[in-house]
Design a protein around this ligand. Structure first.
Ligand SMILES: *Cc1c(COP(=O)(O)O)cnc(C)c1O
Length: 386
């Protein structure tokens, strides 16, 4: 296969099928899964990922913003729903309503503007009322809710109360347990108020990946699953908790993503010479190095200078010298099979019996999985593989 790019990502279809089957079994038939595809589908490539998820029966997608919603809208079939959890400018509300795009409403201005837009175009707006339960980010405060409810009741022919929702402030960490429990208590109180107001949102939802696993009662009608569908537990704590509860010892998820490149050149370096820019790596013996056309401009973090590990010929090799904008150099002196131009390089993923996991990669670069994935440049080719 011929590609113009210096590296590429592979996205595994069968791994996604496997993960979604696992999640459906775990969550059950009564709870809807919304596939969270913000951040370019956590780096997997939104346009590549969405149709794959649809093929697995997913028909609800959540994004942060209107630009992402537009991209999902252009990638889905007409039975799928898009939900904006964050920013949509008032000027784009008509567009959203016109195209059946659902959106969060968490402050009075958007609520009023949504109502006006719905009236103007004569189409009902499907809105999710986000409530502040203790994260202190977006969401209506308790004392704002009576007015919100009144407005919804008075305008039910223009505004559809599609969802009632909140977000937990770090459900993946037990250190936040008390805070999350308080949020859950507040959300329960809000539900009572909604009931008392005679309103009936179709979907109550609170749970991200970690909360769906850790607090099953809060799966409610819909879970907003991001990181886990891509084959990653939100953090090690959640993985260990899951395995302990289930008395299992194997990670039930499969990673979708691999990142690959090819050796662009190999050369010898004499004892006492420095490799690359500056003096950060001194050759203590005669070396053979391979040059790989991937650098920080491609998402290979500079913190991996003299630290990163990649796979070539089924063996681990270390990055020597600094990570450049477009290149790294690795020490291949001890390779059994001589490394040559064109050999496959695995930056993330498996080669032979070995694997570079995103988490090991991100530990060195001090990034969490989420950050590393979403920073993979949008212009890297994403190839779907089985
Ligand atoms: C990103 C996000 C999610 C998904 O989080 P994961 O930890 O990736 O499952 C859910 N809800 C909201 C509001 C989000 O912003």
């Amino acid at each position: 296969m011929k590609i113009y790019h210096t590296s590429y990502l592979e996205i595994s279809k069968s791994a996604l099928e496997h993960n979604l089957q696992f999640l459906k079994n775990f969550i059950g038939d009564d709870v809807k899964i919304s596939s969270v595809v913000k951040g370019n589908a956590y780096g997997h490539g939104l346009e590549v990922f969405v149709p794959l998820a649809e093929n697995c029966g997913i028909n609800h997608f959540s994004v942060f913003s209107a630009d992402e919603a537009l991209r999902v809208h252009n990638s889905i079939n007409e039975n799928s729903t898009v939900m904006i959890m964050g920013l949509i400018n008032n000027e784009k509300l008509e567009w959203a309503i016109e195209n059946n795009i659902e959106f969060y409403v968490f402050e009075p201005d958007r609520l009023e503007k949504a109502l006006e837009a719905a009236k103007r175009i004569g189409k009902i707006a499907k809105i999710h009322i986000e409530v502040e339960t203790g994260m202190n980010r977006t969401g209506f405060a308790m004392d704002q809710l009576p007015a919100v409810f009144q407005l919804l009741k008075n305008n039910s022919s223009h505004l559809c109360f599609k969802g009632l929702c909140t977000h937990f402030a770090g459900a993946e960490s037990i250190a936040n347990y008390y805070r999350i429990k308080k949020q859950q208590h507040v959300f329960r109180k809000v539900i009572k108020k909604v009931d008392a107001a005679g309103l009936n949102p179709e979907q109550k939802h609170t749970a991200c990946s970690a909360a769906a696993l850790r607090y099953p009662k809060f799966q409610m009608d819909l879970v907003r699953l991001g990181i886990i569908q891509y084959g990653f537990f939100p953090n090690k704590e959640i993985l260990i908790e899951y395995l302990t509860k289930k008395k299992e010892n194997q990670n039930p998820l499969q990673r979708l993503i691999s990142w690959k490149s090819r050796v662009m050149d190999v050369k010898k370096v004499k004892t006492g010479e420095f490799v690359g820019y500056g003096t950060s790596y001194l050759a203590n013996s005669d070396l053979k190095i391979a040059i790989i056309p991937v650098g920080y401009a491609h998402g290979f973090n500079r913190n991996l200078s003299n630290q990163g590990i990649v796979l070539i010929n089924g063996q681990r090799v270390s990055v020597v010298g600094t990570v450049n904008m477009n290149m790294i150099t690795v020490d291949v002196s001890n390779q059994v099979n001589s490394v040559k131009k064109g050999d496959e390089v695995v930056l993330i993923g498996k080669q032979g019996d070995l694997e570079i996991s995103v988490s090991s990669f991100s530990e060195f670069s001090e990034q969490v999985n989420y950050e590393l994935l979403t920073r993979l440049p949008e212009n890297l080719p994403r190839l779907v593989v089985d």
